[in-house]
Ligand binder design. Structure first.
Ligand code: NAD
Length: 410
């Protein structure tokens, strides 16, 4: 039997929710179908004068709640199935975080390491020329994703503004702070991981001060989550990146680990703790496990060895469907669509600031983020209790689907 694709996974999730809400067949079909899927062939001149033809995509999944919103990734494996599934998940992430956006996603099927900066700029410009008729601050607002960042957003904005003949900073988010971006964006996803962890401890009437934490991944999401959970009183006993894992049963000195990582670009070589593997980190007997590196790290094979009481999903999809079925039923999972929704929430704040031409302090951004994520958490809990659901993931999806249905013509 063929491996299930990401789109199969999205459809399975929608079917699950549909069964819980008793939705009719035509509503389910509408929820599964993207509004629009675009496929482009970009003809781009390379530095040696040759022309390369490159595949690129954008899926506009649902805009019932606001403009399509979602990243653009540059990766050789980018394909229509994955792009559409990711656009669908963005629809539910924006709904659960209650930001007035829909869901979109795009990508260019290249390995950016194989191109010069000038070639990447021309590829991005060619893609934007194709996208220009269908994106805009009120229609579809792209953002960075895998292997893209402020530079690509700047190229998209400049190309779009030249074609439309108008200033349009809000056509993309994820811009550099000195180029109309928002303060607090780079920390926002790790921050929402810490906020949802804190909120779940309060809900369960547990004390975060007494808690031990393990964080897999020490990048933009993982290192901020580790540092903020440390600030909020927890003992972060284990962290890892792709080079190694670190463990100290009395709690790591997160400032010292961060300083080492900033200086050396990796955790390996840090002498102040025991070294452990990534597999061991996942199986540590901690109160909270934060997988914040890559997807599919907890699967049917290792799920039975997970000892954490609460898993807070910093990464997208760190637990496979089969992995979740095999987890001890007492383990609480705070789902990715809420736990890592801080990024898209501050993207919305960036869009708002651009449109009002009024820029907020970092403190304002962080306070509004805390409020928004806590409201999303409360909505999820409300659904969990009202519907008598078995998991917070189901509660988050049911909340999101209800909001999308309420806003659309289903
Ligand atoms: P990043 O590239 O900044 O950091 C990734 C970290 O994971 C690095 O420390 C890397 O060494 C580590 N890593 C990579 N492979 C690993 C492996 N096999 N085992 C252990 N560690 C490994 O990425 P990020 O922005 O922190 O994103 C992490 C995850 O969060 C991704 O799944 C991403 O899709 C998701 N996410 C990120 C954001 C955001 O705003 N950055 C928003 C939503 C979701």
């Amino acid at each position: 039997m063929a491996e299930p694709t990401p789109l199969d996974g999205l459809h399975e999730q929608i079917d699950d929710v549909a069964a819980k809400l008793g939705l009719d067949g035509s509503t389910v079909d509408q929820l599964k179908q993207p509004d629009r899927y675009l496929e482009f062939s970009l003809s781009v001149e390379m530095d040696d004068g040759s022309t390369e033809v490159i595949d690129a995509y954008r899926t506009q999944f649902d805009d019932a709640r606001g403009p399509y919103k979602g990243g653009i990734r540059y990766h050789p494996d980018v394909n229509p199935d994955e792009t559409t599934a990711l656009a669908g998940w963005m629809t539910y992430k924006t709904a659960v975080a209650d930001v007035p956006f829909g869901g979109g996603k795009g990508g260019i099927a290249i390995d950016p390491a194989e191109y010069s900066d000038t070639e990447l700029q021309r590829i991005t410009e060619a893609y934007t020329e194709q996208l220009a008729p269908v994106i805009g601050e009120d229609t579809d607002v792209p953002a960075p994703d895998m292997n893209t960042g402020p530079q690509e957003m700047e190229w998209i904005r400049e190309t779009y503004e030249a074609i439309r003949g108008t200033e349009a900073p809000a056509v993309v988010t994820g811009k550099a702070v000195d180029n109309d971006g928002s303060k607090g964006r780079s920390e926002a996803t790790g921050r929402s991981v810490a906020i949802t962890t804190d909120a779940m401890f309060e809900y369960l009437d547990h004390d975060l001060d007494e808690a031990t934490v393990a964080v897999q991944g020490f990048g933009e999401v993982g290192h901020v989550a580790a540092s903020l959970l440390d600030d909020r009183g927890a003992d972060v006993v284990a962290v890892s990146d792709s080079s190694t894992g670190l463990y100290d049963e009395d709690g790591l000195d997160i400032d010292a680990v961060t300083a080492w990582n900033n200086q050396h670009g990796a955790l390996t070589g840090y002498g102040g703790a025991d070294e452990i593997s990534n597999e061991t980190l996942l199986e540590e007997d901690v109160d909270v496990l934060v997988p914040a590196a890559i997807g599919d790290v907890i699967d049917a094979e290792n799920a039975g060895d997970i000892e954490a009481d609460i898993i807070v999903e910093g990464a997208n999809g760190p637990i496979t469907y089969e992995g979740e079925q095999a987890l001890d039923e007492d383990i609480v999972v705070v789902p990715d669509i809420l736990a890592n929704a801080g990024g898209v929430t501050v993207s919305y704040f960036e869009w708002e600031q651009n449109r009002a031409d009024d820029y907020w302090t970092k403190e304002t951004v962080n306070n509004r983020l805390e409020d928004k994520i806590r409201d999303g958490f409360d909505d999820m809990i409300d659904t969990y209790e009202r519907q008598g659901l078995d998991s917070f993931r189901d509660a988050a999806y049911v909340t999101a689907v209800e909001k999308v249905i309420d806003a659309g013509e289903y």
